[in-house]
Design a protein around this ligand. Structure first.
Ligand code: ADP
Ligand code: MG
Length: 243
């Protein structure tokens, strides 16, 4: 069976002749949560941005449910079934919560928009309570929820998020990740780039470790944490010194 999302020897970068992603191959099965870990500067963000059509691809291929989407421009990715939540600047701070959702639902028939917004408020009750507040006044955790809701409102098959827990207090990290588990139960396939390896591996099914633009390691999330190879790669990176 075709993977839900697959990259095959993907090469991508910002300038010609300077690849940042250097032949990365990952495979994400339907309804999996796959975590992408790796040291700072490994190319994690560049990899998912390239998949999303935001970084030029010079080699390899991206397929979604068996359909090639390599070099599909970012604004066409929603149609292809792929949603991407960048790490920062992922909401319009001066618009209300509900207007942020309205803007994201822009491509949908008008009659569907209100219903989809209510669907998002059912999934994220905190946002429902704050629907009239400006997005810029939300807490960091709630802002990440809004960013996820903006991506989910168009019902993507695959949701990719870049470090949704960055800068959040532990309570909000837990909340965001619990929501992601619920989103997966709703049938969405999730790709999660994270620095917070421990929390991400707790909800993930499998993980890839990216080093210098290539996959250095792949393992079930449950065993990766205790893997000595990974411990070596992460030496000095674990915030809690292991368990
Ligand atoms: N917009 C950009 N233009 C040029 N180089 C970039 C840009 N964004 C990231 N890079 C470079 O790509 C490399 C990988 O960065 P990134 O994908 O952000 O890594 P990670 O997310 O794993 O920390 C770094 O050397 C970084 O300097
Ligand atoms: Mg990054």
């Amino acid at each position: 069976m075709a993977a839900m999302l697959e990259t095959d020897g993907l090469v991508a970068g910002y300038e010609p002749g300077l690849p940042i992603v250097r032949g990365a191959s990952i495979r994400v099965e339907p309804q999996e949560i796959v975590v992408i870990l790796g040291p700072n500067g490994a190319g994690k963000s560049s990899l998912i941005k390239a998949i999303a059509g935001l970084v030029p691809i010079s080699g390899g291929a991206v397929r979604l449910a068996g359909v090639e989407i390599t070099r599909v421009p970012a604004h066409r990715m929603v149609q292809a079934g792929l949603a991407f939540v960048p790490q920062t600047e992922n909401v319009f701070p001066l618009l209300s919560v509900q207007d942020n959702l309205r803007v994201s639902a822009g491509g949908l028939p008008r009659a569907d928009t209100a219903a989809r917004i209510e669907e998002m408020f059912a999934l994220f009750p905190d946002l429902a309570r704050q629907r009239r507040l400006m997005a810029g006044s939300l807490s960091g955790g709630q802002r990440q929820m809004l960013a996820a809701a903006r991506a989910l409102i168009v019902r993507p098959r695959v949701l990719m998020l870049d470090e949704p827990s960055a800068g959040l207090s532990p309570r909000f990290v837990e909340m965001v990740f619990a929501r992601l588990a619920e989103i997966r139960r709703g049938g969405v396939t999730v790709v999660l780039v994270e620095q917070n390896a421990r929390a991400a591996l707790a909800i993930g099914d499998r993980a890839y470790v990216l080093v210098e633009g290539r996959v250095a390691h792949e393992a079930p999330a449950a065993t990766l944490w205790d893997d000595p190879v990974v411990a070596e790669l992460y030496l000095g990176q674990r915030s809690d010194g292991g368990r």
